[in-house]
Design a protein around this ligand. Structure first.
Ligand SMILES: [Zn+2]
Length: 269
């Protein structure tokens, strides 16, 4: 079994705030990178304990947040910036399953620690076919294009609930609970790591016995993006397939899910 392991930073135990922990000029950013990389290493240990043969780690947080020196010796790492959506996500299709470490919930979830959708400074919210959708749902749909299932996610409680709503059968591990956007109650770092190691192994076993289905939605698709300012709506309304709905909101329609997934945002963070 070959696993594609996508990382983010905001859903890691101890990484509590955008400004101090998750932005690259934050005073605890280097500490955050170590915390993330240790959770990733715990996940890799859990996968190797359960006879996974190959793990590709993908450094998914906006500016990158893997501490290369600390990374597990068995991992292969995809990183570098700028990283396009295709460069980051197309390799999923060469793997048997997707797992996500350090994930946060979609924007607008008040108990989602550091909740946001792709671009915390510019996107208010995104809907697909009338349903709010965040990064978890989008990535699961991307994997589903070539029938790759998402089998495990760690993050805060809100991210885990979102994953279970979007991806029936996924196993989750909550390493913290959001009190608000920049406040968390977290497990200790060692406890978060042992929870991830244990639960990702159980997820692999369970998937082998009772496979998690890939996430696939039927066309047509209607994506609606609510921007935080009129500026992005000004630009987007002139793109093919786009229609401005109001001052800050633009809709995009297509029958092709990849068109929709590639259309959605300007830049991730
Ligand atoms: Zn991030």
């Amino acid at each position: 079994m070959k696993i594609y392991l996508l990382t983010d930073l905001e859903g890691v135990a101890g990484v509590a705030t955008h400004v101090n922990h998750s932005y690259p000029d934050g005073k605890y950013f280097e500490d955050s990178k170590k915390l993330l990389t240790s959770e990733v290493n715990a996940a890799i240990d859990g996968l190797l304990d359960h006879d996974v043969g190959e793990v590709l780690v993908v450094d998914g947080h906006g500016p990158g947040a893997i501490d290369f020196e600390l990374l597990h010796s068995e991992a292969r790492l995809l990183h570098g910036r700028p990283l396009t959506t295709q460069q980051m996500l197309e390799p999923i299709w060469d793997y048997d399953a997707l797992v996500m470490i350090g994930q946060h919930s979609r924007s607008g979830r008040r108990q989602g620690n550091q909740n946001h959708t792709f671009n915390s400074k510019e996107i208010d919210w995104i809907q697909l076919n009338g349903r709010p959708i965040g990064e978890i749902g989008v990535i699961a749909l991307w994997a589903g294009v070539k029938s790759v299932p998402a089998i495990f996610l760690s993050g805060d409680e809100e991210a885990c609930m979102e994953a279970r709503r979007e991806i029936p059968g996924i196993a989750t591990a909550a390493v913290k609970k959001g009190i608000s956007s920049n406040v968390e109650i977290t497990l200790s770092a060692p406890e978060a790591r042992s929870l991830i190691r244990r639960s990702i192994g159980e997820a692999v076993d369970s998937h082998r016995k009772n496979p998690v289905a890939p996430v696939v939605w039927e066309p047509p698709f209607r994506l609606v993006i609510r921007w935080k300012s009129t500026q992005n709506a000004d630009i987007q309304e002139h793109q093919t397939g786009c229609k401005r709905i109001d001052e800050q909101t633009v809709a995009f329609e297509s029958r092709d899910i990849l068109d929709v997934l590639l259309h959605r945002h300007s830049k991730a963070n």
